[in-house]
Ligand binder design. Structure first.
Ligand SMILES: Cc1cc2nc3c(=O)[nH]c(=O)nc-3n(C[C@H](O)[C@H](O)[C@H](O)COP(=O)(O)OP(=O)(O)OC[C@H]3O[C@@H](n4cnc5c(N)ncnc54)[C@H](O)[C@@H]3O)c2cc1C
Length: 625
């Protein structure tokens, strides 16, 4: 359990803004800047010029939008966007702003569990693992059914080792090497405590952005990329959570909005047989960047290539990382039998599961596998794993034939000992699966990754159909297509976002330097604001403890009431995912204090954790009546 022990106050990340007087028509914006004091700055009525024909309504909306200036606007504070922003600043950029539509940074990146694939790292060398850029490229092309853009794959592989070093340099932790589906050798790099890669990466990126004073405007959704008469990028139109519009004039834009795995309509538009599938993606993965790039005439590749992840709990959509299978787990069907090489690529394993009874199966493992991977503790505390002292006891609980399961395990144990899986050809069999307790988790395939997206070149420039680049527009991460072809290998997306995020940052900064140079930063990070009650409370003074159920187990809080008002909510204990937990903490606690009730809105993207905090506050307040 993580201890927080800190008093919680609302933390509002707001931008102190200067209002500039001109739009995309020129750089006179800086010269004519008029100072205002805060995010509540009044709007200007200056007109904005876009390359596109706009309706009268749009023109009016853009005209009344608040105007600001930055050199580089990064759209999306996921792994790719935050990496790009940091790299740009490390290369000399002085005026970078990130827009994030959700109340929390991290996107799908926070959810990534397995790790980052890299070849030729010092960690592989220490373990005597023989790997190379060529082998990494070969595995990735094979996994992607040769549909991948080999130039992009090569760039990813060549820069992957440096990506591991960069993540570690900015405060991350990638030092343990493991085996994952589709890789010929151990290549996936993970945190030393075997915890999920995403929360570690997002935490490190957030901390680095804070250190570098890069403003991240949360709950600010980019709606349009503006271009000048020459078709060069010159700004971004966005709106805040209250629907208030703003225009940020800029020289370069980095599109890092992620994929569209949470946009069911768009998924079905490109791949109709995925109708009705659930998704592992965060709610913000709606393909906004695709729509914005389309308006500018960007080319797209592989849009119909949408990956399902084979092992997802169909009730909670919790994804069991491939690391569970990589560390030794097998898949058994409802008849208690194995049916596939569990380490085959995701498309193969997903297809095999869909052929089983009820299109589901069980992820089966023993105590030794459980102890090899911290992520498993999260699944167990979420109550989605059954357990038994013997395979037969477990089989009875999950309604599977016990004798058949025992027979399957015996055969697997023998194959593991012999080092040869005659039946399914699994090569890496880490453990014999004979250590009680035994565990089984129900799973089925779910939409996981959208491999297609905007077409980029090796410099992350967004290309049009004719192969020309849209001046000033760069893209990185899941918004782009080409790297993963027809099937992404586990661990390759995290390599993708760090490698191409860094390239996008460097390229955007180079572009700014070559096109007018730096401007003075107008949008800056403001400090934290304490939440204050907006209505009077009616509670008994004192300090009260309460417990609620979060995503990964109990959340414990301590609520302090003074003069009848809730004045603080301290989170004492929780096992929630970092990043998600912080967002829920900020949003819910601030609202509880403002509104003097537990009954406040959950933070979007952190719903279960928010509800756990609310339940704990309600429990505490029940003692203060
Ligand atoms: C459950 C799960 C597990 C995974 N595990 C692994 C793994 O182990 N290894 C691996 O390599 N890959 C893994 N992946 C894939 C990988 O996490 C993603 O492909 C990758 O993190 C995408 O990063 P990104 O920065 O491109 O997008 P994201 O991290 O999704 O970030 C995009 C951001 O843009 C924001 N945004 C979107 N539209 C707008 C807008 N209009 N305005 C402002 N902001 C906007 C979003 O809210 C989001 O925060 C996993 C994915 C999931 C869902």
């Amino acid at each position: 359990m993580k201890k927080t022990g800190k008093k919680l106050i609302a933390a509002a990340l707001t931008a102190a803004m200067l209002v500039s007087m001109a739009g995309c028509s020129g750089n006179s914006a800086q010269e004519a800047a008029v100072e205002t004091t805060s995010a509540e700055a009044t709007t200007t009525s200056e007109e904005t010029t876009t390359a596109e024909e706009t309706t009268a309504e749009e023109t009016q909306a853009e005209a009344s939008a608040e105007e600001m200036q930055a050199d580089i606007v990064v759209i999306g504070a996921g792994g790719a966007g935050m990496t790009a922003a940091i790299q740009a600043v490390q290369d000399g950029a002085t005026d970078v702003v990130i827009l994030e539509k959700m109340p929390v940074t991290g996107g799908n990146t926070t959810r990534s569990t397995g790790g980052l694939n890299a070849a030729g790292t010092k960690y592989q060398e220490e373990e005597g693992i023989e790997d190379s850029v060529e082998l990494f490229v070969e595995d990735t092309m094979k996994g992607g059914k040769e549909l991948n853009d080999k130039e992009l794959v090569t760039v990813m592989a060549e820069n992957s080792s440096a990506a591991v070093d960069w993540v570690n340099e900015i405060g991350g932790d990638l030092s343990v090497v493991g085996m994952f589906g589709g890789a010929s050798v151990k290549r996936i790099h993970r945190p030393s405590d075997t915890s999920a890669v995403g929360p570690m990466l997002v935490k490190a990126l957030n901390a680095k952005l804070e250190e570098l004073n890069v403003p991240v405007l949360l709950e600010t959704k980019a709606t349009k990329i503006l271009t000048d008469d020459n078709g060069a990028v010159c700004g971004v139109l966005a709106e805040d959570k209250d629907g208030k519009e703003m225009t940020i004039n800029c020289t370069a834009v980095i599109l890092a909005t992620g994929g569209f795995g949470a946009n069911a309509e768009m998924v079905v538009e490109y791949k109709s047989d995925l109708e009705g599938f659930c998704t592992t993606n965060h709610p913000g993965a709606t393909g906004d960047g695709i729509a914005m790039a389309k308006e500018l005439g960007a080319a797209f590749v592989d849009m119909e290539q949408i990956q399902t992840h084979p092992t997802v709990n169909p009730d909670t959509t919790t994804m069991y990382t491939e690391g569970v299978r990589g560390n030794g787990a097998i898949l058994v069907n409802k008849e208690g039998k194995r049916f596939v090489n569990e380490l085959e690529t995701r498309d193969v394993v997903s297809a095999a599961i869909l052929e089983q009874t009820d299109s589901t199966c069980y992820l089966f493992f023993d105590q030794a596998v459980r102890e090899s991977l911290k992520a498993i503790e999260g699944y167990i505390s979420a109550g989605i794993v059954e357990e038994g002292e013997t395979p037969e006891e477990l089989a009875e609980k999950i309604g599977v034939d016990g004798a058949a399961l025992a027979e399957t395990l015996k055969a697997y144990g023998e194959a593991q000992k012999a080092g040869k899986d005659e039946e399914f050809g699994r090569e890496s069999m880490e453990l014999p699966l004979d250590q009680p307790k035994y565990y089984a988790a129900l799973c089925a395939p779910a939409i996981h990754h959208t491999m297609g997206g905007v077409k980029i070149n090796a410099n992350t420039e967004v290309l049009k159909e004719d192969g020309s680049a849209i001046p000033g527009l760069f893209a990185a991460g899941e918004i782009t297509g080409g790297v993963h072809g027809a099937n992404r290998l586990g661990g390759n997306a995290v390599s993708d976002i760090v490698v191409f995020g860094r390239i996008a940052g460097t390229q955007a900064e180079d572009y700014v330097a070559a096109n007018g140079g730096h401007t003075e930063a107008e949008i800056t990070v403001a400090g934290e604001e304490a939440a204050a009650p907006e209505v009077a409370g009616n509670y008994k003074d004192g300090t009260y403890e309460g417990t609620g159920k979060g995503n990964n187990g109990d959340i414990k809080v301590e609520v302090t009431v003074k003069d009848g008002n809730i004045i603080s909510v301290e989170l004492k204990d929780h096992s929630e995912t970092e990043g998600i937990y912080e967002a829920a903490e900020k949003g819910v606690v601030a609202d509880v204090i403002k509104k003097q009730t537990f009954d406040v809105n959950a933070v979007s993207g952190a719903t279960n954790t928010s509800n756990g905090i609310k339940e704990a506050v309600n429990d505490a307040l029940s003692k203060a009546q």
